[in-house]
Design a protein around this ligand. Sequence first.
Ligand code: ATP
Ligand code: MG
Length: 335
Amino acid sequence: MKKVSLTGDRPSGPLHIGHLFGSLLSRKETEIENESYVMVADVQALTDHFDQPEKIRENIYEITADNLAVGLNPEKTTFFIQSKIPQIAELTVFFSNLVTVNTLKRNPTVKTEIAEKKDLFGQEGESLTYGFLGYPVSQAADITIVRAEVVPVGSDQLPMIEQTREIVEKFHRTYPIKGNTFPLPIAKLSDAPKIIGLDGSAKMSKSLNNAIYLKDTPEKTAEKIKTAKTDSGSSIKELTDPNPSPSIYNLVRIYALIHNQKIIDAYKELDGMKYSPFKEKLAKDLNNYLSPIRERREELKPDYIKEVLDAGSKKVLKKAEETMALVKKAMRIDY
Ligand code: ATP
Ligand code: MG
């Protein structure tokens, strides 16, 4: 039996190599084994970009192009836009009764993101919106609307999946029916669940200006790697330190990923190499690695991307109606 799998990306910017190694490549395996959905999370992206709808609109196409360019097959993976499924918003309202404000405030990912968005939410989070605080609830609705069993994500998303499981369990306790309304979803991490930023910050992210985008030109890629943070050393040393320098480790890790090597073997190979030639080699090899993805991306037409999203959204709409019928029956509001 195929499992139902759902994952998603926020259209807050084009996708980067953190997404590639952390998520996109494993989606290719997922689509073979599972009934696979990829959601473009425009409603979620609006929670911290509510005043930039044009940016979100543009990036819906960008991130779908990134997914398709990596080789995902729209015959196997259903791509859809979150806002095209109003049942997600409806389910979010019902779920919001099952989670406390304090629980959301304690969510480690939400806490980190609020701290990163001081411009938007204030130094102490005093301008935090109800919408942003509640996005984990909406994410629980994204996952459960297709009754997903598996959720492939990067490690920053683990608290979100835990939150979803808590909501599902509370829903089942509160509105019991024979059999359960939803499966209890599990998170699935890839081999590279967190690529850190080129600036050495905890996560490569579209919102932090520290990423190499799949759509970057080879020149831009080389320039970003050249200025990436290193450490006070001057050459790569074999990996013996249990706490290696994180920014160098991250660059070597990217090197290992593109060469399909174990990190320890990449360190061995690069032992003694000065940072500057290493960065040049990394840029050259990464550009070679990304070149077929970039070529495919160039060939994708906006009309085709729109067709893929329209067809997928229609398909999910049907499934969402089925789910809401089950939800309303369980909640005894199927008047
Ligand atoms: P934003 O800053 O807008 O949140 P993002 O770069 O975090 O953007 P998302 O769209 O939130 O990207 O994440 C999409 C998926 O990619 C999630 O499963 C997330 O865990 C994963 N992901 C994001 N960044 C990384 C990273 N640096 N390394 C590994 N996986 C990542
Ligand atoms: Mg994110």
